[in-house]
Design a protein around this ligand. Structure first.
Ligand code: G3P
Ligand code: CA
Length: 330
C-alpha cells in the first residue's frame, strides 16, 4: 500500500516510480558490452553479453550533430577500431568529433574490428570481430533488448554520460545531453532498468533534479577527484574520504546512489564506509581473476569487467546467484 501511494505521488510529480526489486544479485556488468569478447559498445557485443548472462550492460553515450543519443566511449571517432566507408583505418588523431557528425554520417563508419596495428587493439586478443557493426543509437539497443522478450527481460543498463570539461567543443553541454538521454529512456519505458553514471558529477546533479528516482553512479579516479570541474565544484580536500564526498554530491534525492571507483583505489575499509553511508560499491574495470576474487572477498556489490564470462564463472564457483543467460550455454 505504501508503495502504491509512493507510485501515485511520483507519477503526479512527473516521475516514473521505481519499485524495490525482489532479490538483489551480485551485479555482473559487461563493460562496453564486454569488450574483451566482442567489439566495444556495439549491438553485437550487447547481444553477446545477454547470451552469456549478465546483470547489466555498461555503455557510454554522446550526442550526434542532429541530437541523436549514440553509444560511444570516445568523444571522437577512434582510429583504434574505426574504418571509413572504403574500409581504410582512420589515421591517428584524425577522427571527427561525434558531435560534429549527423547520425547518417556517423553510421558510414565500421567499428566492428580492432586495428591490429594499434597498441589498443593488441590488448584484446580474444575479441571476436564483427565487420559491419556501426556505432548504435541508444534507441536501437533498447529495441534490441525489447525484441528479445523473455530472453533479456531483466538485463539492466549502466549508461555513462561522456562529457569532458577539457574538451567542451567535442560534446553536447551537460543539460542537453541529460535531457536527450532521459527522453530516450522515457520513450523506451526503461526507467526501472537504468542507472546513469558519470565522472562528470554535474550531469548527475542534473539527473537528480530532472529524474530524481533514477539510480546514479558517481565514477571516480584520482585524476577527476582532484579537479572540481569534474566533481560539480566539490573540493576533495574538504572531505575526509571519497565516500563522504560522493554522499555530499548526491544530496537527498530518492534514487539509489552508487560509488564506482577505479578498482585499485579500493580497500576493505573504504568499501564498508561507503556501504554504511548507504551506497553500493561498483568498481571498474576489473579484468583479472585475482582482482575479481579479492574485490568479492572485500564485499563489492558488483564488478564492471571486459570479461563477463570470467566473472560469471567466479560467481558460479562461489555459489552466488547468476543472471540468466539469454540463450542456453553448453
Ligand atoms: O563504468 C565505468 C567505466 O566504464 C569507466 O571507464 O573509460 O571505460 O568509460 P571508461
Ligand atoms: Ca564507461
Amino acid at each position: 500500500m505504501k508503495h502504491a501511494l509512493l507510485a501515485v505521488a511520483l507519477t503526479l510529480s512527473g516521475c516514473t516510480a521505481v519499485m524495490p526489486t525482489a532479490k538483489q544479485h551480485f551485479d555482473l556488468e559487461a563493460h562496453r558490452g564486454g569488450r574483451g569478447l566482442a567489439p566495444e559498445n556495439t549491438l553485437a557485443a550487447f547481444s553477446n553479453a545477454i547470451d552469456l548472462g549478465v546483470t547489466t550492460l555498461e555503455l557510454d553515450i554522446g550526442l550526434t550533430a542532429d541530437g541523436v543519443v549514440v553509444i560511444s566511449h570516445d568523444t571522437s571517432l577512434n582510429p583504434d577500431h574505426t574504418r571509413d566507408a572504403n574500409g581504410a583505418w582512420l589515421a591517428p588523431k584524425s577522427g571527427a568529433a561525434i558531435r560534429s557528425l549527423t547520425l547518417a554520417q556517423l553510421q558510414t563508419y565500421d567499428v566492428g574490428r580492432l586495428n591490429p596495428a594499434s597498441d589498443y587493439g593488441k590488448q584484446f586478443a580474444l575479441q571476436q570481430p564483427r565487420d559491419g557493426e556501426r556505432i548504435p543509437t541508444l534507441a536501437a539497443l533498447f529495441a534490441q533488448v525489447q525484441a528479445r522478450g523473455a530472453n533479456a527481460a531483466t538485463v539492466r543498463f549502466n549508461i555513462e554520460t561522456k562529457i569532458d570539461p577539457n574538451k567542451p567543443n567535442e560534446t553536447a553541454a551537460p543539460e542537453p545531453m541529460v535531457r536527450a538521454l532521459l527522453a530516450e529512456i522515457d520513450k523506451a519505458k526503461m526507467a526501472d532498468r537504468v542507472t546513469i553514471q558519470s565522472f562528470n558529477w554535474r550531469t548527475l546533479a542534473l539527473v537528480g533534479q530532472l529524474a530524481p528516482q533514477l539510480p546514479r553512479a558517481y565514477l571516480s579516479t584520482a585524476r577527476t577527484l582532484k579537479d572540481s570541474r569534474w566533481t560539480a565544484g566539490l573540493d576533495a580536500a574538504g572531505f575526509a574520504s571519497v565516500p563522504k564526498m560522493v554522499k555530499a554530491a548526491a544530496g537527498t534525492t530518492p534514487g539509489a546512489v552508487i560509488w564506482s571507483p577505479a578498482y585499485a583505489d579500493l580497500t576493505p575499509a573504504v568499501i564498508k564506509e561507503a556501504q554504511r553511508l548507504g551506497m553500493k560499491v561498483l568498481p571498474w574495470t576489473v579484468n583479472q581473476r585475482a582482482d575479481m576474487l579479492r574485490l568479492m572477498d572485500w564485499g563489492a556489490d558488483g564488478l564492471i569487467t571486459d570479461y563477463p564470462d570470467v566473472l560469471r564463472d567466479l560467481i558460479r564457483e562461489r555459489g552466488l546467484s547468476l543472471p540468466p543467460p539469454g540463450k542456453a550455454t553448453s
